[in-house]
Design a protein around this ligand. Sequence first.
Ligand code: SF4
Length: 139
Amino acid sequence: MKKHLTVVSPQGTPSETALSEQSLNIGVQVSRRQWLQTVATGTALAAGAVVTGGALLQGCGSKNKELACTDLAGLSSQDRTTREQLKYVDHSPDAAKVCEGCRFWQVAPEPNSCGACTLVKGPIHPKGHCNSWVPTETS
Ligand code: SF4
């Protein structure tokens, strides 16, 4: 007997997936029980998959999804170029120099969402970084 789940890619594209009673093939063969246990604990999100469907799977929604501030829709080509020239990245190579500790950082409107920057246009990750990083002023 097959069960159908909707699998949503990191880009938000849904697709139907059929599960057999015995196993699910997600690149490696695992038992259905192992897979469901992995999803229930949220570790499947590390593979970049968000799964919705049965009641057991409802606990792993976007709440645990890793924040990505890479949607550049609506940015002008100049703003994109500036972002590239300043080498903006979502994950700073130096934990002491992240966007939320930068003078140009603008706080995200709600928790676990992208903030903004007065220099670099577009969504900015609180743990991001670019070559214009300047520490916040301390008084
Ligand atoms: S200037 Fe660079 S490091 Fe500072 S908040 Fe903007 S993107 Fe982040």
